[in-house]
Write a protein that binds this ligand. Structure first.
Ligand code: CP
Length: 279
């Protein structure tokens, strides 16, 4: 539908969606809003700056007030793990988790699965390496669930200080050697180092991090079938060399494109519009 001249269907025209973002976002926020508009929903956008949260209003009271204005669905991004589940206990509106702290980012994982199937139609048996700040990454956790459910072999690669204790129990292999993670994988998902969530210094410096865990043009030449994914935002020169971000085997912008379609599907399904999806 997104490739047609008229990229809009009336499917959700009687639905109102509030995009409530307590943390910064570019991709998730814009793609949810576009998805809502493509489905003809009414949308309202809420961010902390300029709202009464800055005057001390709680998440629950904010949500109750939004619901009192007859909002049907809330897309929530929040710094606290569990914030989306918490809201489901406070209000009757449908809640969609757009990222809760370092916990989960379900729609990111869904769009990543779609992007993977564009590269390899079956994910089962494929090798996917997730490389970077695993400890603070909601994207890593949601992708591990998705990839394991679809039968992929998952390797995590990070400094020991960014690898959660016991993560192997999620059915993944762990290494701190980048080449070990890259040599056997079909697709590498690089993650941003989330300095804003780190309470201690977890690595000596950006240059050393890039030398040990950054994917470079040299790696792309050494592994000629390797594809690169990244949820964004990218720190060029840290987890990925700038040349790798722009490389023809990087599908980072395809992930963003797929995000709109996936979020349309999520909105459609959670709005419970009957059996047949919009064509
Ligand atoms: N991938 C992702 O969540 O990006 P944003 O923080 O820009 O939404």
């Amino acid at each position: 539908m997104l490739d047609r001249p008229i990229r809009r269907v009336p499917t959700l025209r009687d639905i109102t969606v509030a995009n409530v973002f307590f943390e910064p976002s570019t991709r998730t926020r814009i793609s949810f809003e576009l998805a809502e508009k493509r489905l003809s929903a009414d949308t309202v956008n809420f961010s902390v700056s300029g709202s009464s949260v800055s005057k001390g209003e709680t998440l629950k009271d904010t949500a109750l007030n939004i619901e009192a204005m007859k909002v049907d669905m809330v897309v929530l991004r929040h710094r606290s793990p569990g914030a989306a589940v918490f809201l489901t206990r406070c209000i009757d509106a449908v809640i969609i988790n757009a990222g809760d702290g370092a916990h989960e980012h379900p729609t990111q994982a869904l769009l990543d699965m779609l992007t993977l199937t564009d590269i390899h139609p079956s994910i089962e048996g494929r090798n996917v390496s997730i490389i970077g700040d695993i400890a603070h990454s909601r994207v890593a956790r949601s992708n591990i669930y998705g990839l394991r459910a679809l039968g992929a072999h998952v390797t995590l690669c990070a400094p020991g200080t960014m690898t959660p204790v016991g993560i192997e129990e999620m059915g993944v292999r762990v290494t701190d050697r980048l080449d070990e993670a890259l040599e056997s994988c079909d697709v590498a998902m690089a993650l941003r180092v989330q300095l804003e969530r780190q309470e201690a210094v977890l690595f000596p410096g950006v240059r050393e991090y890039h030398e040990r865990f950054g994917i470079t043009l040299e790696h792309m030449e050494r592994y000629p079938d390797l594809r690169i994914m990244h949820p964004g935002p990218v720190n060029r020169g840290v987890e990925l060399a700038g040349d790798v971000v722009d490389h023809e085997r990087a599908v980072i912008l395809d992930q963003v494109t797929n995000g709109v379609a996936v979020r349309m599907a999520v909105l459609y399904l959670l709005a419970d519009r009957g059996a047949e999806p919009a064509s």
